[in-house]
Design a protein around this ligand. Sequence first.
Ligand code: NDP
Length: 266
Amino acid sequence: MSAAPVAIVTGAAEGIGWATAQQLAHAGWSVALFDLNGALAAERAQALGAQHSGWACDVTDADAVKAQVSDVVARHGRIDGLVNNAGIADQTAPTLKQDIDAFDKVLAVHLRGAFVMSQHVIAQMNQQARDAHGNRGAIVNIGSIASFGGIPGRNAYCAAKAGVLGMTRALATEWARRGIRVNAVAPGYVKTALVASLTERGAIDAQAIARRTPMGRMAAPEEIAQVIAFLASPLASYITGAVLPVDGGWAALGAPEAALGPLQED
Ligand code: NDP
């Protein structure tokens, strides 16, 4: 059992999820790290300290999610935060050559995964006592610039990330009166393995992204993690149903990128 607030982070062994697990641990949470790679999740948890735990869990497997969430409650006693971070990149073929199973898989990880995780975690949060502001727990979902804008050919990813915002608002409004907050962050491009694999496959051009981003660079994973941790924390006690872009100004730009001027070297 744990006196510290407890958070589950999915896809926590790598990238933004791992940065978020570290940020939450630093802020005093006990973190349950869920990942397809259970061995790496357990290793990461051990590196964070004895009050943290690592679990093998495929978020698309409803039975596994049910069992693992129940194991987390048995181990840590409660769940105060859930970060639905697990995600995969899209196929890179043009629409007419895209594979329907690959399409379904992207939707399953991002949408079915976040839904099933939220179902089981909300059932637990809903039984917990309210804090001084009347809240019982918080969920943070991960959108993207693909939640707002079309990326040619990335059909499933754009649909999934737009869907994440819809589900965020639906859950937020359903559960607000029960004291469960649900929000989303919408990161721009972040330097993680997911983006490295898209770069290697020629699906994205890192220099072109830097030129299109007002701040002129990709994010580091911890810059997304800090905002996720804020939305999960009591500092965000009156925020629900919100989407916070963390994108270096990407969504704010309403002019050709030439209006930004050259990338600065100094
Ligand atoms: P990474 O690929 O670096 O990490 C994703 C993690 O999720 C991996 O550890 C992966 O495990 C795990 N994972 C994948 N599928 C499942 C599953 N079914 N169940 C449990 N865990 C799973 O990705 P990022 O850190 O870049 O992305 C994290 C989230 O942020 C995603 O939702 C992504 O869409 C979103 N995002 C990322 C951006 C970016 O630029 N990087 C921008 C905007 C949003 P394994 O390695 O074993 O497959």
